[in-house]
Design a protein around this ligand. Sequence first.
Ligand SMILES: [Zn+2]
Length: 266
Amino acid sequence: MDFSEDQIRRYARHILLPEVGGVGQARLLGAKVLAIGAGGLGSPLILYLAAAGVGTIGVVDDDRVDLSNLQRQVLHTTDRVGVDKVASAAETVAAINPEVRIVPHRVRLTADNASDLIGGYDLVADGSDNFPTRFLVNDACRLLNKTLVSAAVLRFDGQLATFRAPGPCYRCLYPTEPPEGETESCAQAGVLGAMAGTMGSLQAVEVLKELLGIGESLSGSLLIVDGLATAFRKVRLPRDPACALCGPNATIHDLAAHRSLDHAGV
Ligand SMILES: [Zn+2]
């Protein structure tokens, strides 16, 4: 691929890296990533992927910008309260890197649209804030053989993992969805905005590594971050032989099980 002079200047610090170089930068420009959620995790993720020149970034979010989002959702601005988050994301990204194509999906991810949406992308980055969506994204990604980089944050704590065959999936970590009422959301428990920024930025690093095929994949590991202690712990995440999705006796072969659920969206 031939770069323009502007592209060489814009991506000079990437091209300098032996692990990226011109070949890697061209690969990023041709890559298609789907971000689930344009919130606390999606904000830094989308900002860094756009700045990095990831050519096509799909954004799934059916929500609008709210004043209470701005403490952590740095994609959005005060004058955009009430605006669709996908539109706000597109506006911010256009200002940072007009080369990047943002594909807004102003929908709730459901069992009926998940395969079509995810099927059009190389890789999925989940920053959703609820378990039904996380399970749906995991199942759809594994069934479609897409790499999933998944981040989560609550209070001062964060988790990050990459799920791709032949490594474990999200159900190897959490076999079944926790019953409603047993989990807390950021809206209930709170979250330090900068922790969402940290986890979304780490998620962007793992997405870029997977796209470039460099470094040590996080597949097979779970990164646990304790922001109050400033402690990073990487634990081995084995595949669960009894996993209903990726185990040898898998019982999940499509997304039908999700159709009975009323998804809370992202
Ligand atoms: Zn599994």
